[in-house]
Structures are given as C-alpha cells and as structure tokens.
Ligand binder design. Structure first.
Ligand code: ADP
Ligand code: MG
Length: 605
C-alpha cells in the first residue's frame, strides 16, 4: 500500500496559515497590502475586539471578476507574478498568492467585490476553506473583505493571542508600517466603532504628523530634519530627529521600495552619524525611504520577515551615514549632555568651584574624613521631612535590580539614623557629600530622591493606596491612537497611584485628580513621561508596567539638580536613601553613590 499521499487542500492551507497568519496584525497586513496592490486610493479598516472577532478591509481598488474572486482563494493563485523571474522586478507587495487561502483556512470570510466594468459584483462566503455561498450581489466598485472569528478552528492559535490591548497595538504597529509609505492613500482605522486614525491623503511629512503628532504637544515633524541623497546605487530620502529632540523612545522606520524593513546595520549607520550628539541612551527618530533597483536587494521571500538583504550593504552604510551627517550638519548644534541621561556619574574631579559650604554650619572640629564613629549617637534634629521621604521598612523591589550591582557596594559609613545635618555638604546643588567608611561619598541628589520615592510609590501602586488630590480645573490629555490604547491598559494602575482619569473623547482623557506628591506640577508631562517609558521598555507583565509607572512618576517629582537643599533636607534625603536595601543604584541601574576612596584622595597630594 502506498503511504505517501497529498494533503487535502484545507490541511495544507492551515499549515501555510500558521506561517503567514500568526495574529490579527499579520492578517491586517495581507489584506491592506492587497488593497494597495489593487490600486485603492481609499482604504478603511474596521476592527472589532482587536481583530479577534472582526477584521474588515474595504477598498475602492480594481475589484475582481466573478471567476477571479473564486480563484483568489486558491493556493498560489496570484495576478502578480507569472514566472520566477518576475520575482526580481517586484514592485507589488504580495506575490505568493498565499494570503487569502491562508486567511480563509482559519476564519470565516465574507467578501464582496466588483470591477468598474461590471454591473454586478460577487459575494463569496468561505468558512475554513469551505465555500458556503457564492452569488451575484450589488456593491460598490472595489473589494470588501470581512474576516470573522480568526482562528475559530485553531484553538491553539487562539490561545496564543495576547490581550486585546496588546493585539490592538500590534495591529496599529503593522498599520503604521504600511500607511507611512502610502501618504497619498486615504486610510481610516476604526476599532469597536471608534475612529482611532483618520489619515487623509497628503505628503509624507503630513502623514508622519498625523500619526505621531500630538495636539497637546509641539509639532512632531517640526523636530525633524530632511535628508535626501541620490546616487547611482541607491536613493535615500526621509526625515531624522534634530539631535536636541532625541528621546528614549524613538520612532524608527526604514522602508525599501515601499516596504517596511528592519535593518540593524543601517540603524547603526544612522546612530553613528549622531555620534557625540546623543545624550546617553537617547535615540533619534527616523523615517528613511530607500529606493533601489530590485535587482540589488534580496526580496524577502518569507512572508513575515522584515529583514532584507542588500547586495552592497557597506557602500549603502557609508552613503546613509554621510547623508544623515550632512543633514544634521546644517544645524550647528552644540550637544548638551544632561547628567541625568548618562549611565554613571562622571565626577568633575579637580575644580576650582567651592563646595556650597556656606549653607552648612561647620563644626569647628569637623573633619571631612570622619570615621564611622564620629557620627555615633548624634540624633537628627528635624521633623517633617520624614513623611515625604518615608519608606517602608523593607521594600520588595529587589527583583528589579540587576544582580551584578549588588556585590560592589561598600558598607555604608553610617546608618542613616546616626547621621547629622552638619555632616553633609551639598556640592554644585547637585551632589551631597559625606564622609564614608571607604572614603568620600558623593551622592547624586536627584537620583537619591528617585530611589526613595520609587520605593514609596511602588508600594502604593501595588496596594492601591496612592494619595490623590482633586484638581479644581481638570487638564485634558490628548493622545495619538496607540497611546490611547496603552493608557487604557494602564488605567487601573494609574488610578492606584492617584491619577483620576476619565476618557473624554476617542483621543483624549480628562485628568481630574493627581497623585498628591505632584503638588502644583502639571500632570500632562508626567503622564506623557509615564506612557513613553512604558512604551519604550515594552513592559509586558503588569508588574513591569507598575514598576515603570512608579519609576516614571518618581523621576518626574524628584528634586531636580540645581535645587539648593537645606541642611534638614539633605539629612532626611540621605537617611531615607540609606534605609533602602539598594541605595547605590536607582531602580533602572543609574549610579546614586560614587565613592572617592581614601587612597585616591591620598594620591592627589
Ligand atoms: P498575492 O497578493 O500574493 O497575489 P493573495 O492571496 O493575497 O495573493 O491574493 C490573491 C489574488 O487575489 C491577488 O493576486 C489579487 O489578484 C486578488 N486580490 C486579493 N485582494 C484583492 C483586492 N482587495 N482587490 C483586488 N484584487 C484582490
Ligand atoms: Mg496579497
């Protein structure tokens, strides 16, 4: 008996679907790309429950004839290539003829389509590869495909889907990658009857602004510089951040011949062009469009991969870097490196600047190289700050400290309780100096306060005990679509920490109450900072985003550099810091305490 047989088509399709359609976002990508290939100028995406229940794409493209409509769902049926050679001159997005059969294998599809030359259209209904219905219908020119109950027959796949918020964010990410290359096409994105994005036809710059601009902030594109280079090998156009407008979370997009691609090597070229201009971990945003002869790239045969190989990557690296450099060079920008953005403290060692001694009542017997005993039994004399700096006895946040940071910590010179106000100096309104066991301790005041506040806030958020202060005049926070999705995820925790937020319109929230620690600060930049941090760190589990919220809020309200601290403030800050189990580094690993050892000091004389 023969053992080899062909798989029934529906099985083969389900297997292929596993490759092509991994989640609603991949389905969206295939459908929208088909609409673009069909020459549509208007494309509407309607989504329900992040694409789980319904994912519908309506276009005004060329439509299909009755027989093509049916053929489109057959494997390797495509109108886009006829022979293998065609692959190399490919300018359309799809070409494998795999998407529609894969989609219908794992969902219930209903399609209406009509060409301009036909009087009537075709309606086709397919459930899991079985044609349920095919009939003549009346419908507008173009194609309307509705994909319902994705993975209804593949429970394992369904189980792999993340929360609606995550899947919706994936949908939007995929959508951005497409719509950024088709600014002339009018797109609409609707989720659960709410219009999340309305992108009218316009220029590339207008498209970028429409997506990433935020009405409550400065224009996004005003912070971009244009780049443009034409060589025989490649033409490169696009926009990159002005160096002073880099952020920790940046929007970074490469496109080649109208397709999104990831390209770490070219990303490096861009970053290299900024070298010396970027503070610490800051990143530029960029939107860079390559145009290159299709023969010079390896078309990504794999449907879901976004990496593309170029024939001459080193040369393009150079061209790209030079192009970005040139654009940046048009702005004479003296890079300003902010202390806060750097990974570790650079102590400005020999300097003529006096420590701010006048603020300290100097004990005539004061010896800056005190030993531990010198502090013994002196009691802090001031009250009031305790509350602000109060921390729970044993914060449970140690998980987030990288292990490697713990062993290098020298023992504290004094436990917080035995310190006194006049044993602490403030230097440059930035550091607190104190005598420690191994030498002179330099404590970064802002970071110290971040760590102290973080311990307090992360406890409040976990225990839902944030102190809220009602605002007399609510503030309005406008957000782009993806941040609206994000903030919805974070709402319970934002409330737990003391924000009172109410959705106002599909793209805004009203802020009615703020954590009491925020006092008179505007809540908007703080919320913005929180959203940026969570988005950038890609927080997955709830604990992670709680951590990000607490940290971002702590960073926003911690005492800034340049603030002069009274003796009592210094004392209470240091005491609270030393009470933390991890006081050497902030929760995100920045140095708080740097020790100038006795030995190092000795060597200077
Ligand atoms: P591919 O895009 O790789 O050719 P698909 O399975 O995505 O394969 O689509 C199969 C064919 O169906 C396409 O080649 C095209 O002819 C037709 N088609 C799909 N979607 C549309 C649409 N929105 N408008 C017009 N034709 C379409
Ligand atoms: Mg396709």
């Amino acid at each position: 008996m023969d053992v080899i047989h062909l798989l029934p088509d529906n099985v083969a399709n389900q297997i292929a679907a596993g490759e092509v359609i991994q989640r609603p976002a991949s389905c969206l990508k295939e459908l929208v790309e088909n609409s673009l290939d069909a020459g549509a100028t208007r494309i509407q995406v309607l989504v329900r429950d992040a694409g789980r229940t319904v994912l519908q794409v309506i276009d005004n493209g060329c439509g299909m004839s009755e027989s093509d409509a049916r053929l489109a769902f057959e494997r390797h049926a495509t109108s886009k290539i006829r022979q293998a050679q065609d692959l190399f001159s490919l300018r359309t997005m799809g070409f494998r003829g795999e998407a529609l059969p894969s989609i219908c294998a794992v969902s219930q599809v209903e399609m209406q389509t009509r060409r301009a030359e036909d009087e009537t259209g075709t309606l086709l209904e397919i459930h899991g590869s079985d044609v349920i219905r095919q009939e003549v219908c009346s419908c507008p020119v173009g194609t309307n495909i509705k994909v319902s109950n994705l993975f209804f027959n593949v429970p394992v796949r369904r189980k792999f889907l993340k929360t609606d918020q995550t899947e919706l964010r994936n949908l939007l990410t995929e959508f951005y990658r497409i719509v950024l290359v088709y600014p002339k096409t009018h797109f609409t994105f609707v989720h659960n009857d709410e219009i999340l994005l309305e992108l009218p036809s316009g220029s590339e710059k207008q498209r970028i602004e429409a997506i990433f601009g935020n009405p409550s902030r400065n224009s996004f594109t005003a912070n971009l510089v244009e780049i443009s280079t034409d060589t025989e090998l490649v033409s490169i156009r696009g926009f990159v951040s002005k160096p002073e407008n880099t952020t920790r979370k940046a929007e970074q997009y490469f496109f080649v011949n109208g397709r999104y691609m990831r390209h770490p090597y070219f990303q490096k070229a861009v970053l290299t062009a900024y070298s010396g201009m970027l503070p610490g971990e800051y990143q530029p945003s960029f939107f860079i469009y390559f145009d290159i002869s299709p023969e010079a790239i390896d078309v990504n045969i794999h449907p879901t991969k976004t990496e593309i190989k170029f024939a001459d990557e080193q040369t393009i690296f150079q061209i790209l870097m030079a192009s970005v450099r040139e654009a940046l060079g048009k702005f004479t920008l003296a890079p300003q490196i902010d202390f806060d953005t750097r990974g570790s403290i650079d102590i400005p060692m020999p300097t003529n600047r006096p420590a701010s001694a006048p603020q300290v009542t100097i004990d005539p017997n004061y010896n800056p190289f005190h030993t531990r005993e010198s502090f013994a039994n002196r009691q802090p004399s001031v009250k009031g700050w305790d509350q602000l700096y109060a921390t729970p006895a044993s914060p449970k946040q140690s998980v987030i400290y990288p292990d490697r940071m713990e062993p290098e910590v020298p023992q504290p010179a004094a436990d917080g309780e035995t310190l006194t106000a006049d044993s602490l100096w403030q230097y440059a309104d930035k550091y607190i100096l104190m005598s420690g066991e191994n030498g002179l301790w330099l404590i970064n005041q802002h970071r110290a306060h971040v760590a102290v506040l973080y311990a307090q806030l992360s406890d409040q958020i976990r225990q839902d005990q944030g102190a809220m202060q009602q605002l007399l005049f609510p503030e309005v926070l406008h957000l782009p679509a993806d941040e609206m999705v994000l903030i919805a995820t974070l709402l319970p925790d934002l409330r737990a920490i003391g924000f009172d937020l109410e959705q106002l319109t599909p793209d805004s929230y009203s802020v009615q109450g703020i954590p009491s620690q925020l006092a008179n600060q505007s809540a908007l930049p703080v919320l913005q900072h929180i959203l940026t941090e969570v988005r950038e760190r890609g927080a997955g589990a709830r604990e992670e985003w709680q951590h990000q919220i607490a940290l971002a809020l702590a960073e926003s309200i911690a005492i800034p550099y340049g603030k002069h601290l009274s003796a009592d403030e210094r004392l209470h800050l240091v005491q609270s810091l030393l009470r933390l189990p991890q006081y050497r580094h902030t929760p995100d690993g920045k140095t708080i305490v740097s020790v100038l050892t006795d030995e190092e000091i000795g060597k200077r004389f």
